[in-house]
Design a protein around this ligand. Structure first.
Ligand code: CMC
Length: 423
């Protein structure tokens, strides 16, 4: 089939069909409005493709996730975050020389301008680190205003390098400790842990278990095709807004509890269940009750109608890492029990609601000493290479146009203005 036929108001319209490299089918409707006057309506974009993309493939029914063709399971086991960031941005795994140069760039650009440290002083002590991060990333554009096409390659590196410094500074600010400068002898993830947890008075010893766990967590978050925050980055980027403004808007979109904010919400939910102490059934019943706004956080996904492959990796990893660190966390037991009960419950089975990436990631972050309000910041650090790859793809696509959806207007038809005294 190379075209689809639409019959509307007595007329037939021939619509071209495109196929993706994995056999996905798309009906091209970009000329529909000019030829028929009609638009398609798809709130939440359940059946709408906004672009062609060669970055990430997901098969939600089979639980498949691949970056540039490589299965997520292989990347999580054998790669590290810097290499995956390179893969997403440039489409291929780096050679040894490319890898060394990219890592050197990430190290070289990890400091932020000294003046920017003053910005942190202006935020209240309990400011959410996602608010600080989005403001700081937008502020980077004031230091690197020459954001024309030729300078963006360096801005991609700057952003990946600096975002972890900004995140760690936001944390240090929130606990009233002095900020810690990055070190040139440390890898990407080790450097982040150093900036988060070192204090000037003593030497901080980097634990390789934490470095490995952080690499895996960031890899699992690195891209997820046209999700809410990535679509936001593309939407903002389509207006030709600069890279810093586009990424800052992605951070804001990620913050919501239905998206990246779910990892914080999961931990808060597990803690609430632990504190309540009255068992799981009450919470399962509340999640099923349509009159109750409570949802089982970390469950369900727009695309996965099967176990989220990232959750499968994280479930095992949470147990292994806690074991290696010698940490026992009652919230992990609660999470496992909740999962077991939910997966046997007809409501969750019927709707294909499985644990998603956020269900177990918070337990890992907690074991690593990362506070709950930093969880979504961790997601943002991980997702950044994906956002950048999509922004780059959009800008390199000569056929891309400003994103501008249509609507079906449901308000008043024309009426006449009434002066205030006669209303
Ligand atoms: N608990 C209880 N019921 C749920 C849940 C849940 N977590 N998720 C979906 N449902 C129900 C929902 O009420 C609806 O039922 P019905 O058909 O009877 O009206 C049905 O399942 C379909 O849900 P939906 O809200 O129409 O699905 P969606 O694709 O619009 O939303 C979601 C996807 C992830 C926003 C949603 O599943 C949810 O709110 N989950 C909890 C928040 C969460 O964990 N978010 C993280 C997503 S993964 C990380 C990321 O990529 O951001």
């Amino acid at each position: 089939m190379t075209s689809a036929r639409l019959h509307l108001d007595g007329k037939d319209y021939e619509l071209p069909v495109v196929r993706g490299s994995e056999g996905e089918t798309g009906i091209v409707i970009d000329q529909l409005r000019s030829s028929s006057g009609a638009i398609t309506l798809d709130p939440g974009f359940t059946s709408t493709g906004a672009c062609r993309s060669a970055i990430t493939f997901i098969d939600g029914a089979k639980g498949i996730l691949r970056y540039r063709g490589y299965p997520i399971e292989q990347l999580a086991e054998h790669s590290d975050f810097a290499e995956v960031a390179y893969l997403l941005l440039y489409g291929e795994l780096p050679t040894q020389e490319q890898s060394a140069a990219f890592r050197a760039d990430l190290t070289y650009h990890s400091m932020i301008h000294e003046d920017m440290k003053k910005f942190f002083e202006g935020f209240p002590p309990n400011a959410h680190p996602m608010a600080i991060l989005s403001a700081m990333v937008a502020s980077l554009s004031t230091y690197y205003p020459g954001t024309e096409e030729e300078s963006n390659e360096i801005n991609f590196v700057r952003l990946i390098a600096k975002v972890r410094t900004l995140a760690a500074y936001a944390y240090k600010k929130s606990i009233g400790q002095p900020t810690i400068y990055p070190r040139n002898d440390l890898s990407y993830c080790a450097n982040f842990l150093h900036m988060m947890f070192a204090v000037p008075a003593e030497e901080y010893v980097i634990n390789p278990v934490l470095v490995r766990a952080l690499n895996m967590l960031l890899i699992l978050h690195a891209d997820h095709e046209q999700n809410c925050s990535t679509s936001t980055v593309r939407m903002v980027g389509s207006s030709r807004a600069n890279i810093f403004a586009s990424i800052s808007s992605g951070i804001c979109a990620l913050w919501g509890p239905l998206h990246g904010g779910a990892n914080q919400a999961v931990l808060e939910m597990l803690q609430m269940i632990a504190d309540d102490g009255s068992g799981y059934q009450k919470w399962i019943d509340r999640a099923k009750d349509k009159d109750d706004s409570f949802r089982l956080m970390g469950f369900g996904h727009r695309v996965y109608k099967n176990y989220d492959p990232r959750a499968t990796i994280l479930r095992k990893m949470a147990a292994d890492v806690l074991d290696e660190l010698g940490v026992s966390d009652p919230l992990l037991d609660i999470a496992r029990d909740l999962e077991r009960v939910a997966l046997e419950d007809e409501y969750f089975v019927e709707r294909n609601l499985y644990p998603n990436v956020d269900f177990y990631s918070g337990i890992l972050y907690r074991a690593m000493g990362i506070p709950t309000n930093m969880f979504t910041v961790m997601f943002a650090i991980g997702r950044l290479p994906g956002w950048l790859a999509h922004w780059k793809e959009l800008r390199e696509d000569d056929s891309s146009r400003i994103y501008r959806p249509r609507q079906i207007y449901t308000g008043y038809t024309e009426r006449t203005y009434q002066p205030i005294e006669s209303r």
